[in-house]
Design a protein around this ligand. Sequence first.
Ligand SMILES: NC(=O)c1ccc[n+]([C@@H]2O[C@H](COP(=O)([O-])OP(=O)(O)OC[C@H]3O[C@@H](n4cnc5c(N)ncnc54)[C@H](OP(=O)(O)O)[C@@H]3O)[C@@H](O)[C@H]2O)c1
Length: 225
Amino acid sequence: MPTVLITGANRGIGLEFTKQYAADGWKVIATARDPGKADALKAVPGVQVEALEVTDDASVAALAKKLAGTKIDVLLNNAGISGPRGFAIGEWDFKAWEEVLSVNAVAPLRVTQAFLPHVEASEKKQVVFISSRMASITLNGGGSAFYRSSKTALNMAVSCLALEVKDRGITCTVMHPGWVKTDMGGPGADITTNESVSGLRKVIGGLDISKTGKFFNYDGAEFPW
Ligand SMILES: NC(=O)c1ccc[n+]([C@@H]2O[C@H](COP(=O)([O-])OP(=O)(O)OC[C@H]3O[C@@H](n4cnc5c(N)ncnc54)[C@H](OP(=O)(O)O)[C@@H]3O)[C@@H](O)[C@H]2O)c1
């Protein structure tokens, strides 16, 4: 069975990905900042739980080294933060913005660079980045500038990466999971983690190199940039 590595797997969408792939018999390497506190994750049978702080070079390098020789069919960059919202110009908290950019835009590429050899050695060779509809400049309705800009930056970095590694057969895509009932999405969101992840897994299952560099919704529709 294929192998998937998931970041931010201790709650929300990442935890649901872990449950669904594990139930399907995939080998799941599920990562969390603090596995000691990841009780729900550790309760999922048959999952390999590893520590990973995606903003920390040493943490990423240590896990990549530990997993040297392990083929990763799907690298799932899921970890993210919403950061503070509601700032008017003149009040922008630049430190907070830098943190959101660091987690949402820079870290997924740090993780991907470290694990590209593991992905390239696999059969499927897929890197998936959980982005957001809020990254779309076309659909921008304003507000949440830190979060929006971090995901837009992620999208452009992935677009560049996809072009760079296409000849190596590596598929890189960004995906919107829907507005999902998690700590981030809140209880009033549109869909459950089960609906979101079931849809995303179907989209991921249908990926091939012809779809590299694209932005997908969880229902498989292409998203406007
Ligand atoms: N929920 C939505 O409606 C929605 C919509 C669009 C896009 N998304 C995206 O979907 C992804 C998952 O969101 P979610 O709703 O599941 O959020 P969530 O419930 O808040 O979970 C976020 C996960 O990311 C982890 N994380 C945050 N910073 C990290 C770091 N520096 N290193 C490692 N892990 C880190 C968290 O770990 P800790 O528990 O240690 O904090 C947690 O496991 C995110 O990229 C988010 O932007 C969500």
